[in-house]
Design a protein around this ligand. Sequence first.
Ligand SMILES: C[S@@+](CC[C@H](N)C(=O)[O-])C[C@H]1O[C@@H](n2cnc3c(N)ncnc32)[C@H](O)[C@@H]1O
Length: 245
Amino acid sequence: MENSLNSPGREDDGNAKTQKDRQVTEEEWLQKWQTNNIGFHNEEIHPLLRKYLDMLLNGRSGLKIFVPLCGKAIEMKWLADMGHHVLGVEISESALKDFFAEQNLSFTEETVPEIPGAKLFKSLSGNISLYCCSIFDLTSTVIGKCNGIWDRGSLVAVNPCDRERYANLLLSLMDRKCCCLLVTCSYDASKHKGPPFYVPDSEVNSLFGKCCDIKCLEKKDGLLERHKKWGIDYFCEIIYAIVLK
Ligand SMILES: C[S@@+](CC[C@H](N)C(=O)[O-])C[C@H]1O[C@@H](n2cnc3c(N)ncnc32)[C@H](O)[C@@H]1O
């Protein structure tokens, strides 16, 4: 991996092992949405996406950008307004409906013939398509290949036992020139059970390193009051640019 920046994140793989058996069920995620326990949702465009957008786009326009485990991330509207086609996937229907309502967008609802029980919500202009199902039900046959991926709060929300499956799915959705901007976090995992889960550099490398070039772009202090309530005293956000070799 290029630029393995050591500061201010404190790399400690042993620390991450304390979370390896933790599992959050789909019901628990739905419950978080139902009770509005969604501290992970940001009301502002993520500053690291603003800063590194050019790496995602790499001079291209009209991209198909995939946002895994999208919640109601406002970045989806921001990217669509730039002329890209945004594809998201999220298990919570209320999160997706909130997204369209809060962004003042009308939408249509369809079934997805390939995925029993799944729904597809599409903005009327057709440039935002959000699948309501588990990400593990998606394949490149259903959504095709993507030209860019914005993964914030996604890999770090996937149960540690499913990370490899998740990474392999992302890899299968990347077209030759796709750039995935991945944001992970680093904190003392012995003090908070997650999510978000702590994903060390070494794991990003083992998940994506065989097929991809991985560049660690920045490690940034991101400690907020809500993190301090978890009993931790540092929280770093780390952003990587991942492209196929
Ligand atoms: C930490 S939130 C991140 C949301 C979003 N990426 C953002 O930046 O605001 C993780 C989201 O993943 C959703 N989720 C969890 N497991 C999922 C799965 N297997 N398939 C699709 N969505 C899932 C949860 O409902 C939750 O909205």
